[in-house]
Write a protein that binds this ligand. Structure first.
Ligand SMILES: [Zn+2]
Length: 120
């Protein structure tokens, strides 16, 4: 089993790593919501579970009358956020603080590339 994220998983976890958002999922709801915002629904299905299994997301439950499960980025996932000072969400910022169309060499959309040791 691959221990790195695939493209869909990277897209899924992006707000958790890049913006520090958590998924709020109330027991019985079909969907979860980023930061509990009803305008940002997110599916808590197979991709979410896979990210937990691989150690990129961690789940914790809160009981306040009803049960809510939160999913947040782990330290492993947070370490993938690009800290290139010239990078804004994967694009290089020039000296005038203007975001250019030059891609950051370290990351994709602000999330660093992973080294997959399983690849031949
Ligand atoms: Zn970058």
């Amino acid at each position: 089993m691959a221990s790195t994220m695939n493209k869909r998983e990277r897209n899924f976890i992006h707000p958790a790593i890049y913006s520090g958002w958590e998924i709020e999922h109330c027991l019985g709801d079909s969907k979860g919501y980023w930061d509990g915002d009803k305008y940002m629904p997110v599916s808590v299905g197979a991709i979410c579970k896979s990210l937990v299994d691989k150690g990129y997301l961690e789940a914790y439950k809160v009981h306040v009358g009803h049960t809510t499960t939160y999913y947040r980025a782990t330290a492993k996932a947070k370490s993938l956020k690009c800290y290139n000072e010239m990078c804004s969400r994967g694009y290089i910022v020039n000296d005038d603080d203007y975001v250019t169309d030059v891609r950051c060499p370290h990351c994709e959309d602000g999330i660093k590339y992973e080294v997959n040791r399983c690849q031949i």
